[in-house]
Design a protein around this ligand. Structure first.
Ligand code: PHE
Length: 353
């Protein structure tokens, strides 16, 4: 009888383990049949009912069943664990070969790129970057630059004056050029001066070739014995570094109140090679006459030095002030239909540079 119960238990156990579908259920089966209060223990407890001679064989048989059951359980656990792992593999699979999604990446505005390049070029020859005010006193923008308040030369600059009262330095103006930096730097009296001032400028102008806000970079070199060969050397160095050795330049006599002599600098057009004509004999669409103007320069006027209490008998200087929008466009032979496009923030345009 008891032997039948034992064999029936074995059969039930094998079926239960064979059909179990989760690790939790397996643990339950294990406790139910083999646990301390499980069915096998129950049967063994009734051992005393058997005749003595049968007891040994019965004990052995139940041990065999127990060992067998442990092997089934281990196999079932192995099977269920593998199933769990492969389910995770399905739901959490990462395909490392799948192409990623690239976040949109910006880049520096063409003006920032150009400003950095100009700065690097001048730093190589000992210039240091300054940033003087873009809203400044009349005295720095005009008066100290040898332009008295009634001088007609001021008209060229079509200045925006501020509605902010006056001091002994005059009214406040949105600086129409970066030359206001000259007085500030001369006042520091740290010689030699090799200033590179890069800033925004403002003029009352707005058409396809003029924006009311634009950028200039202003150089001022003041020391003992600074002369015209330094000026031409610096212009040559800059033109070759920025535009490349295939481009040349020329200095055209001009007039500025704060330099004497004064010049305008022209750079040969990179598209037509200073001929003004394209290969098929057409007028060059970028320059029209072979040369492109980049801005003014000259030898510092003694009155500028004097107005900042620098002795012109000891110190001489040179200065230049050039447009950044202009040289950026000239570099690549870009003929912008409208210079104001630079500041419209249209990515379709800006992405090209
Ligand atoms: N400030 C002048 C301009 O804006 C350029 C210049 C700078 C000329 C320095 C001579 C010396 O046109």
């Amino acid at each position: 009888m008891l032997t039948d119960t034992l064999e029936a238990l074995r059969t039930d156990l094998e079926r239960a383990i064979g059909t179990v579908e989760s690790l939790d259920a397996l643990a339950e089966v294990e406790t139910k049949f083999l646990g301390r209060k499980g069915e096998l223990t129950n049967i063994l407890r009734q051992l005393g009912e058997l005749p003595v001679e049968e007891r040994k064989a019965f004990g052995q048989r139940s041990n065999e069943i127990k060992v067998e059951a442990e092997a089934w359980i281990a196999a079932a656990r192995e099977r269920l664990e593998r199933a769990v792992r492969s389910a995770i593999g399905e739901t959490e699979r990462v395909d490392v070969t799948e192409p990623g999604t690239h976040p949109t990446e910006g880049h520096l505005h063409i003006m920032t790129q150009t400003i950095r390049e100009i700065t690097q070029i001048f730093e190589r020859i000992g210039f240091y970057r300054t940033r003087y005010p873009e809203i400044d006193w009349d005295w720095y923008a005009f008066e100290s630059l040898n332009m008295p308040s009634d001088h007609p030369a001021r008209d060229n600059w079509e200045t925006f004056f501020m509605d902010a009262g006056e001091s002994k330095l005059g009214k406040m103006v949105l600086t129409p050029h970066t030359s206001n930096a000259q007085g500030h730097e001369l006042e520091r009296k740290q010689f030699p001066i090799r200033m590179l001032n890069i800033a925004k400028c403002y003029r009352r102008q707005s058409d396809t070739t003029h924006a009311p806000m634009f950028h200039q970079f202003e150089g001022l070199y003041v020391d003992r014995d600074v002369n015209l060969t330094h000026l031409t050397g610096i212009v040559k160095y800059f033109v070759e570094s920025f535009f490349g050795k295939t481009r040349t330049f020329r200095l055209r006599p001009h007039h500025f109140r704060f330099t004497e002599p004064s010049f305008e600098v022209d750079v040969s057009c990179g598209i037509c090679n200073a001929t003004g004509l394209t290969a098929d004999g057409q007028k060059c669409r970028v320059c029209k006459r072979g040369w492109l103007e980049i801005g003014g320069c000259g030898m510092t006027h003694p009155n500028v030095l004097k107005s900042c209490n620098v002795d012109p008998d000891i110190y001489t200087g040179l200065a230049f002030g050039w447009g950044i929008e202009r040289i950026a466009m000239m570099k690549d032979g870009i003929n912008l239909a409208d210079i104001r496009t630079l500041y419209e923030n249209d990515l379709r345009f800006l992405k090209q540079f």
